[in-house]
Design a protein around this ligand. Structure first.
Ligand code: UDP
Length: 501
């Protein structure tokens, strides 16, 4: 292991006339994928490498704040918008991020449109002199694999969720569990084989990305791209899930680089506030409101960038929060509050909970909120970024998974880490589905009270959350596991090519 500081590596490379390695990152066009990969690119640039983020033009525009901040800091970090034509797939021109989709029927056409980025991406990479040292592309961007192999450039894939989820998913695929589940009874429980702790799933909660109808080819291509990659970069840290990282690395047969929590490198919270579909509203007002609240008293409630609740479900959440008597900060998406009925209802809720309830409309500055001392709990949909951001800030969670990896993220938080209270959902709501209401006000009241209340179990949850928060911080500091992994990752590509892990 090297003892040189990161900038020294870059300097050493420069003095021997070897340019610093250039990493080209290609996130899936969705917030939950862009945010961590931009965090990684920024970190690579801070640590002496050159980094580029390649995405669609709309996302580059949203990233302007981050780009300007990086430019002011003199970082070699660039943002590249590839020519993108969603109308060719029957979508509006501004449909350039999953949060711009209006309904589930646009899901597969959007993936088709993204696949067409392969040509422009190939042209972009070919024009780079010298060629990039490494492409780090999202698991859901399999179209990057052919470009990398065609030009002989090493490629790592970036897998959004935890190693716990990735291991379960890999083992389920390897052992044909998905096929058995598909042929089985809806209520049957299955144990995921080959995982070091017992993990039970049902047809509804079985692991897997891109498993919905019409996505079979895309899933197949993604698995193939995973098989042919040179390794994987994961936004997690060793002290959180060391045994799953080790098993995943063995199962995958490739290096697993754990480099997170990447949210802890997001020091410019103002810049990240502009990443959403709408710019975060009035950060100062949110902070001022939080400043008024007692330490660890506020329940933060947010369901990520994509999941959308219809009015009946929204009302149950609001009633549950009101009935809990607990201070709360609840993020309601603009798309959820378009009707006058919902707007009036939210207004009335704000009036009757004045002082202890704040409803934020649109995009909230989540890292600002989670890092505030007043926040003591988080009702989350268990998107991996949200869950890891909570853990990194020592905040325990109420788990309300909606789709894909989120049910297994819930298992990790509740059963393995002991930092969560489940809200009790057993079936997915797929992205924009208008489903019957799976969670009623009583569920919210029970879970919020259990998480925020007193008693041994609640205290133990808080203690564990704080302990993981501390370990997360240490992982990212010099000498910490994620810090040192990133050092080794950069070193591996100084001469271009994958070396020993
Ligand atoms: N996020 C945010 N403000 C919001 C909603 C989301 O900053 O109002 C960020 C959040 O901090 C996280 C990401 O968006 O980094 C959401 O990713 P996650 O994996 O939690 O869920 P997804 O959006 O992919 O379902």
């Amino acid at each position: 292991m090297s003892t040189m500081a990161p900038t020294e590596h870059a300097l050493a490379a420069a003095t021997t006339a070897t340019p610093p390695p250039h990493f080209v990152t290609v996130p899936l066009a969705a917030q939950g994928h862009i945010i961590p990969l931009v965090g990684l690119a920024r970190l690579l640039a801070e640590r002496g490498a050159r980094a580029s983020v390649v995405t669609t033009p709309l996302n580059v525009a949203r990233l302007r704040g981050v780009a300007e901040q990086a430019a002011r800091a003199g970082l070699p970090l660039e943002f590249v918008g590839l020519p993108f034509q969603p109308p060719d797939a029957g979508l509006p021109l501004d449909c350039q991020n999953f949060d711009m989709l209006d309904d589930n029927s646009q899901f597969n056409p959007f993936f088709d449109a993204l696949r067409e980025l392969a040509g422009p991406f190939d042209a972009y990479v070919r024009a780079l002199a010298p060629r990039p040292s490494c492409i780090i592309s999202d698991w859901c961007n399999p179209w990057t694999a052919g470009v990398a192999s065609g030009l002989g450039i090493p490629r790592l894939f970036f897998y959004g969720p935890s190693c716990f989820f990735s291991l379960c998913d890999l083992k389920a695929t390897e052992h044909g569990l998905h096929e058995r589940i598909a042929a089985g009874d809806d209520r049957e429980q299955y144990v995921v084989p080959g995982v070091p702790v017992p993990v039970k799933v049902t047809k509804a909660t079985a692991p897997g990305f891109l498993t919905h109808p019409g996505c079979e080819m895309f899933r197949y291509e993604s698995i193939e791209a995973m098989r042919t990659a040179d390794g994987v970069v994961v936004n997690t840290f060793l002290d959180l899930e060391a045994q799953f990282v080790a098993c995943y690395e063995t199962a995958l047969g490739k290096p697993v680089w754990t480099v997170g929590p990447l949210s802890l490198v997001n020091r410019d919270l103002e810049a990240t506030a502009s990443l959403g579909k709408t710019v975060a509203v009035n950060q100062q007002a949110i902070t001022a409101w939080l400043d008024e609240q007692a330490p660890d008293s506020v329940m933060y409630v947010s369901f990520g960038s994509i999941a959308r609740k219809f009015s009946k479900q929204l009302f149950e959440v609001g009633h549950g929060l009101k009935d809990s008597g607990n201070p709360f900060l609840w993020v309601v998406k603009e798309s959820e509050a378009t009707s006058p009925e919902v707007q009036q209802w939210l207004h009335a809720l704000e009036e009757c909970t004045a002082g202890r309830g704040l409803v934020v409309r649109g995009w909230a500055p989540q890292l600002t909120v989670l890092s505030h001392r007043a926040v003591g709990g988080f009702v989350t949909h268990c998107g991996w970024n949200s869950l890891l951001e909570a853990i990194a800030h020592g905040v325990p969670v109420v788990t309300w998974p909606h789709f894909e990896d989120q049910f297994l993220n819930e298992r990790l938080a509740v059963d393995v880490l002991g930092v969560g209270v489940p809200i009790g959902v057993t079936a997915p709501v797929f992205i924009l589905d208008d489903e019957p209401v799976p969670v009623v006000r009583g569920d919210i009241l029970r879970a919020v009270s259990a998480l925020m209340g007193g008693g041994e179990e609640a205290d133990e949850r808080r203690r564990k959350a704080k302990e993981y928060g501390e370990k997360a911080r240490r992982a990212m500091e010099k000498g910490g596991s994620s810090y040192e992994n990133l050092t080794r990752l950069i070193e591996s590509f100084v001469q271009s090519g994958v070396k020993e892990h």
